[in-house]
Ligand binder design. Structure first.
Ligand code: COA
Length: 165
């Protein structure tokens, strides 16, 4: 498996893959594929990594800048992340996330923030703290991983591309 930045011609395959991955997810509002498009259109995809197997895209993860207390900085949001259903639980999601976190560190990012299941993301070192908020999301589901400097405190804002309906 090869992990690399998306190429322009990958956009449609990423859209289909994201729709497929979230199709049966109960908490999903089925906006994830459009979110990736909106981030791309806004030039806000800091990283858009694809996992290829035999030339076919089997996984994708997006990273985009977030604001804390309205201030831009060096924090990045992880997501959406998608693995083709037939290929899930084979380590593709973990490989994509590890790769992306490594790239963010190499960019000297302060850290990464996401909304997701602690059961999955704690394996990468993500943690939660009541000093970091996102609306009324239960604290455990808003998670962060600090690469350098202090832990983030305050209200997180994701890119407006996440507001698609
Ligand atoms: C979540 C997702 C990206 C993980 O990718 P993956 O390639 O299937 O996962 P990996 O093979 O790297 O890791 C598998 C492990 O993750 C766990 N896992 C996968 N999804 C999980 C979830 N939503 N919550 C908790 N654990 C999860 C599996 O139980 C497995 O655990 P184990 O190693 O202890 O057995 C993939 O399952 C997916 O696309 N899901 C649908 C879309 C989605 O929910 N995206 C994330 C939104 S926060």
């Amino acid at each position: 498996m090869q992990i690399e930045q998306e190429h322009p011609e990958d956009a449609l395959a990423i859209h289909r893959l994201t729709e497929e991955a979230f199709k049966d997810i109960p908490f999903s509002q089925q906006t994830e594929a459009r979110i990736v498009n909106a981030l791309r259109a806004a030039g806000a995809l800091t990283l858009s990594l694809v996992a290829r197997q035999n030339g076919e895209i089997v996984g994708h993860v997006a990273f985009s800048a977030v604001r804390i207390n309205g201030e831009p900085g060096d924090w990045y949001g992880l997501g959406p992340v998608s693995v083709r259903p037939a290929q899930q639980r084979k380590g593709i999601g973990q490989a994509l996330i590890h790769d992306g976190l490594g790239r963010l560190k190499a960019m000297r990012a302060a850290g990464c923030i996401l909304l997701g299941s602690p059961a999955y993301y704690s394996r990468f070192g993500f943690e939660s703290d009541s000093d970091l908020h996102y609306g009324d999301v239960p604290p455990g589901y808003l998670q962060f991983l600090t690469f350098q400097g202090p832990a983030p405190k305050g209200e997180v804002t994701f890119h407006p591309g996440f507001d698609v309906s």
